[in-house]
Design a protein around this ligand. Structure first.
Ligand code: SF4
Length: 712
């Protein structure tokens, strides 16, 4: 059980860490032999994975041991037409500081920005957020978490009053039903999925419902697969809500005492008949009835989701419509119950704890609250914190394009593969006056545009903390030294801050940064003032909140008293229309493209792409297309097809598959530019439409055409 895990002492040469890929947050033991060779195994004492690792995690050591692509030294150039030269850290940081100072003096603090990553450690996030918000005086920091979790964050805040996942992984073993919406955890959160498979094997009464336009690996154990059209999730969730109400499966007392907004919600969901919902979603009516009955009869159910709901022009409403199912049935704050967003990245949660997004402040404080700004400003002792939200991920690149933003510092992320409308992002970096890239690898496309390159330490080469999807903080030990002159990301930022003349960045070590972060959370809903490195080393992991004086392993479940973080302490059941805002297919662009991950690759492949074993599963990008859509276009298996949208073109091999819904095509998002050829890059096609509240891009819905390009 969560609260009782112990951990054994490790022999010399073995270190405890956490997997740096997905938000499941598996514990890893890294072994280092006398020759410095690394190997990894799942940490049997870690409550998340209990010794298991997926294909990506079990090959992690290769990504560190293969240093052939690593950046060893800082590099710099004075003009775009020059090639970069090796320089010292002092030279690189002094010039960067001089350029930043000049930009800020000439164009204001909003002329510079930092674009970071959900793979940064909490300490790294903390110092870069402090630097720009507390000392430069702009809120221009965003991360690739904007592409990942921001819709879920906004929905939690709107419905529960706080960005807080209510339950924990142990709920899997205590639930009767799991509704997996817009996610393929069997491939993208594999160890979590193994826990679900094991729970189902033990308890045949555990029901699994999956909604997805594709028959994914997660459907293999599903009792019901709702193969809906992209963009119709709200229609489906509202229809299920209607059936739960009509069948009397709602929790009247819970609704009365602990929620607001039910009457309007009931009126909203009654507006569309189930047959109409089935027609819009492209699924049979009886499956909606069956799914609703399964949820309605369950003593406890969990809703789980990721990018199918988040990466949408109506991502926040998709999230809210699913969370509403937990609220109207009172299935929250109890064992085996609750909405549970599966985090894409390993430390997206930690990044939010320190406020590392353009609209947040540390400890989930908000920019538009003057008291919050004052608290943080006084704590940091820097400049006035601006009340103006900073630029989000896509806005940063738009602002580079139109000249509002002059300088960008990109750390630990590869936006030229991961951002929508990637060709526009590339044009934006070309136009930028100054680009700093802080990276471990020489491979990412961003290097081409970098005026200054700062070599960073990789996963085992630094210490720090990460927080997984169930609010669990785990400490990562340093195992080996970084190659050449590469430095931990937090140290790079602190050295730069000092070159800028800012005080408060003279930390003795990462533990001191973490201690400062913990102090700043005191008295907030995510209070971790009782956490420190020594405790994390002793207890292995802790779940927040963990205020000073807390004992055991923290807080496995929130809202057990049904008091929420809203002003009224009641959860809010939101109502809204069920329509989508994406540009629908038309005769010119008749198919819907959805993008996503494959089993053995991670994001833009800068780590997993180095491991030959991981390339064997799917070695190159393929367009998944329904055979009927292929026949209409004279396309056969293995043909090279051209996929086009309003934004660009991609050419890859076709894979004919009845697993995908007719009218929908799928491309993996991992591949970028190879030399000058960008025709593998899925994000050439996607557009920059974002959710109005979360500003998360609509990556799961692009109207495209597919044509035969050439026969093999
Ligand atoms: Fe790493 Fe996620 Fe696999 Fe666990 S499930 S080993 S955290 S990639």
């Amino acid at each position: 059980m969560t609260g009782n895990h112990q951990h054994s002492k490790l022999p010399a040469g073995s270190y405890r860490s956490t997997c740096c890929y997905c938000g499941v947050g598996c514990g890893i033991v890294v072994h280092r032999d006398r020759q410095g060779k690394l190997s990894v195994e799942g940490d049997k004492d870690h409550p998340v994975n209990k010794g298991m690792l997926c294909s990506k995690g079990m090959n992690l050591h290769y990504t560190v041991m293969d240093t052939s692509d690593r950046l060893y030294y800082p590099e710099m150039r004075y003009h775009r037409h020059m090639s970069r030269q090796r320089v010292s850290w002092d030279q690189a940081l002094e010039r960067t500081a001089a350029v930043f100072r000049q930009m800020i003096a000439q164009y204001g603090p909003e002329s510079v920005a930092f674009y970071a990553s959900g793979q940064c450690l909490t300490e790294e996030y903390y110092v870069v957020n402090k630097l720009i918000k507390g000392f430069i005086g702009s809120n221009n920091i965003d991360t690739n978490s904007r592409l990942c979790m921001s819709s879920a964050v906004a929905a939690y805040k709107l419905s529960l009053g706080e960005d807080s996942v209510p339950g924990n992984y142990d709920d899997i073993e205590q639930t009767d039903c799991i509704f997996v919406a817009g996610a393929n955890p069997a491939w993208c959160h594999p160890i979590l999925w193994r826990r679900i498979e094991a729970a189902k094997a033990k308890n045949p009464n555990l029901k699994i419902i999956v909604s997805d336009p594709r028959v994914t690996q997660s459907c293999a154990i599903a009792d019901i697969h709702l193969q809906l059209m992209p963009g119709t999730d709200i229609v489906l969730h509202h229809a299920i809500g209607r059936l739960l109400i009509e069948a009397g499966h709602t929790d009247h007392n819970f609704i009365q005492q602990h929620t607001e907004g039910f009457t309007k919600y009931r009126d909203t969901v009654m507006q569309r008949s189930i047959s109409s919902a089935a027609a819009v979603c492209g699924i049979s009516e009886h499956l909606i009835y069956e799914a609703a009955a399964m949820l309605g009869k369950a003593k406890g159910f969990m809703t789980m989701w990721t990018m199918g709901l988040n990466q949408s022009a109506v991502g926040v409403n998709k999230n809210l419509s699913l969370i509403n199912l937990n609220l109207i049935t009172g299935k929250i704050g109890k064992p085996g119950c609750g909405p549970f967003s599966l985090t894409g990245q390993p430390n997206a949660m930690g990044g939010r704890e320190v406020g590392g997004l353009s609209n947040m402040l540390p400890a989930h404080r908000v920019l538009d609250n003057p008291a919050h700004r004052k608290e943080v400003q006084e704590f940091w002792g820097g400049t006035t914190i601006s009340d103006k939200p900073g630029l989000t991920a896509t806005e940063m690149f738009e602002a580079l394009n139109d000249g509002r933003l002059k300088a960008i510092w990109i750390m630990c992320t590869n936006p030229l593969v991961s951002l929508p409308d990637a060709r526009m992002a590339e044009a934006a970096l070309q136009k930028a006056k100054f680009v700093v890239v802080q990276e471990i690898s020489s491979k990412p496309e961003t290097l081409r545009y970098a005026d200054v390159v700062l070599p960073a330490a990789a996963w085992t080469e630094k210490e720090g903390t990460m927080t997984n999807a169930e609010r669990r903080i785990t400490y990562l030990q340093k195992v080996n030294d970084a190659p050449g002159e590469a430095l931990p990301d937090a140290e790079i930022i602190c050295r730069f801050a000092k070159k800028m003349g800012y005080h408060g960045f003279d930390y003795e070590n990462p533990a001191a940064i973490y201690a400062e972060h913990c102090r700043l959370t005191t008295g907030t809903n995510i209070d971790v003032s009782g956490v420190n490195y020594e405790l994390l080393k002793e207890k292995r992991s802790l779940q927040w909140p963990y205020p000073a004086g807390a004992t055991d392993h923290g807080t496995p479940r929130l809202f057990t008293d049904h008091k929420f973080y809203t002003a009224s302490t009641k959860a809010i059941i939101h109502s809204f229309p069920d329509d989508n805002r994406s540009a629908p297919p038309d005769p010119q662009w008749p198919l819907i493209l959805t993008t996503g991950r494959i089993r053995d690759q991670w994001h833009t492949m800068s780590k997993t792409g180095k491991v030959s074993k991981l390339k064997q599963h799917i070695p190159s990008p393929l367009l998944e297309i329904h055979p009927e859509d292929a026949i209409d276009r004279a396309i056969r298996e293995g043909d090279i097809v051209e996929i086009s949208s309003e934004n660009g073109v991609v050419r890859v091999k076709a894979q004919l598959s009845k697993s995908i819904k007719k009218g929908v095509v799928f491309l993996p998002m991992h591949w970028g530019k190879i030399l000058d050829n960008d025709l593998n890059r899925a994000n050439n096609l996607t557009n920059r439409l974002v959710d109005k509240i979360s500003k998360q891009p609509d990556l799961k819905y692009t109207a495209v055409q597919v044509k035969l390009y050439e026969k093999p």
